[in-house]
Design a protein around this ligand. Structure first.
Ligand SMILES: Cc1cc2nc3c(=O)[nH]c(=O)nc-3n(C[C@H](O)[C@H](O)[C@H](O)COP(=O)(O)OP(=O)(O)OC[C@H]3O[C@@H](n4cnc5c(N)ncnc54)[C@H](O)[C@@H]3O)c2cc1C
Length: 484
């Protein structure tokens, strides 16, 4: 296994459990790839960027269960939003059957006019009625599709954009409508629990503590600081991996679970050249995410997290609260009785996330911090009076692949016609955007392909959440209609 990100880890663990002897080679000193954390000089652990999962991410959840990380992720049933005037709204499921379960809290959602809400309800109904596959979405951008659905400007800016830019790390005009529609179908319409937000209650790196045991405990090995510089292919099959120190490692099979641009540097050049099986990867673009870490000298926020409307900042995560280091509020963000003098002396660590942060890429660290502080002043007034003790900005310019219209034709499958060489990575053709779920799916798919190749077929991929309520009925009807 080349690469110890989520794709490589999920694949390695599934294969080890299936009885394979796995050797995992990771270039960095830590596991987790893009979803990991590192230690600051003062000993504190900081995520490279806040990561969240959703109830509909069934494969990532399965991977977490296998390695004991499920207990380190807490799920929230209530989502918090705040507009520029500081007005709060929440979304949480009612007892109504899907897709209507979120409708009551949506009705009271501030920041949207009646016309906005009518339009949104119409578009969501169109998605649900078609079982998640409304006609006319192929090859078009999400923004065009929303235009066709006659969405108001307010609905686009304060609803669709708010959800989708952070879910897909891309602007609506550059997002394939199919991806945008899938987010709403899988997370908000198809089942009651799909929208539940899972947030690690530990630094990201701690999620992978059980991986080593899962691999090594079954006779495998995990090598950190072990980069691969070449994947050799001979006579149409995998021959060996050449490590950075020049040594060659042979194996019965190899899964390359590295980013797509890295893969092109490892494999023989002709595979990525015109006409080669990986030529399409050159067309995959990437989009940036910026994370801003702020440490205040006092409590400035009670909610565990907030989604911002009308701001550049999209999410604020109350890391002190999420990591259980702040006792000023309960799990749903309500202040506890003890909030008072003790709360005032509490240091608080917030993490802000801005996806598709193209505009921030050329801006200086200080400019970004100043912008975020100004915006926080609107929604968390206590930040204006608090002292900012420390701040860090992490710009990841190539954070994820861009889900632009038609991107699926460039994404590669797990097999590329080279015997015993398989691919994994969030960028492979999983049908999912670049997420921890997409990475876990790719890992399981690669494991399935490998096991089948050795005559031991086994199912690793987990099913989606079962459809519920009217969504189930409508999905069945629309599929029947398609077959007719
Ligand atoms: C800033 C940011 C925020 C994100 N937020 C979220 C979120 O909230 N929710 C969500 O679901 N997803 C989120 N994602 C996406 C998610 O992190 C990725 O989709 C997922 O982690 C990708 O996993 P992967 O294994 O496919 O790739 P990677 O994590 O990139 O793993 C590849 C691994 O291969 C290793 N490697 C590379 N070259 C070599 C080599 N030559 N030899 C050996 N090893 C090598 C790398 O060091 C790395 O560990 C975010 C991503 C970023 C960057």
């Amino acid at each position: 296994m080349i690469g110890g990100g989520l794709a490589g880890l999920s694949s390695a663990v599934a294969l080890a459990e299936a009885g394979c002897l796995v050797r995992l080679l990771e270039k960095r000193p830590r596991l987790g790839g893009r979803a990991t954390s590192y230690t600051l000089p003062d000993g504190s652990e900081v995520d490279n960027c806040q990561h969240v999962t959703l109830g509909c991410c069934t494969n990532f959840a399965d991977f977490c269960r296998r390695v004991g990380a499920d207990k380190k992720i807490r799920f929230y049933d209530r989502l918090y939003f705040v507009d520029a005037a500081g007005r709060r709204s929440t979304l949480e499921a009612s007892l109504l059957p899907p897709p209507l379960h979120l409708a009551p809290s949506f009705l009271f959602f501030g920041g949207l006019t009646l016309a906005d809400k009518r339009g949104i309800a119409r578009a969501l109904f169109t998605i649900a009625r078609a079982g998640g596959e409304p006609p006319g979405a192929d090859g078009t951008s999400m923004l065009d599709w929303l235009g066709r659905m006659k969405q108001t400007r307010g609905a686009i800016e304060r609803f669709w954009r708010v959800v989708l830019v952070s879910a897909l790390d891309e602007e609506l005009a550059r997002t394939d409508a199919r991806y945008g529609i899938e987010v709403f179908w899988k997370a908000f319409l198809g089942s009651r629990g799909g929208y539940r937000l899972g947030i690690p209650s530990v630094p990201l790196g701690d999620l992978y503590e059980g991986c080593r045991a899962a691999i090594v405990g079954r006779g495998g090995r995990v090598h950190l600081r072990c980069g691969v510089r070449e994947v050799r292919v001979r006579e149409g099959g995998f021959r060996c991996a050449v490590l950075d120190d020049g040594s060659e490692l042979t194996a019965d099979a190899c899964i390359a679970a590295v980013p797509h641009d890295t893969l092109l540097k490892l494999v023989p050049q002709e595979m990525g050249a015109n006409g080669g099986p990986l030529a399409g990867l050159r067309n995959i673009k990437t989009s940036p995410i910026t994370g801003v870490h702020l440490w205040f000298n006092r409590t400035v926020m009670t909610e565990p997290f907030l989604t911002l409307l009308d701001h550049t900042t999209q999410w604020v995560f109350n890391k002190s609260r999420l990591h259980g280091q702040d006792e000023t509020s309960d799990a749903n963000g309500r202040p506890t009785k003890e909030t008072g003098s003790r709360a005032k002396s509490n240091r608080q660590y917030l993490q802000l996330v801005i996806s598709a942060s193209y505009d921030l890429v050329p801006r200086s660290r200080q400019e970004i911090i100043d912008l975020c502080l100004r915006e926080l002043g609107d929604v968390l007034p206590a930040t204006r009076r608090a002292e900012l003790q420390r701040a860090t900005v992490i710009k990841d310019v190539n954070a994820t692949f861009s889900p632009e219209p038609g991107v699926d034709r460039w994404r590669s499958g797990q097999q590329i016609g080279v015997k015993n060489l398989f691919l994994a990575g969030d960028w492979t053709r999983t049908g999912w955007p670049a997420t921890m779920e997409g990475a876990a799916r790719s890992g399981y798919l690669a494991a399935e392909a490998l096991l089948a190749g050795f005559g031991r077929p086994q199912k690793c991929l987990q099913p989606d959440l079962p459809l519920e309520g009217l969504s189930r009925l409508w999905a069945k009807e629309s599929r029947l209609a398609v077959h007719d």
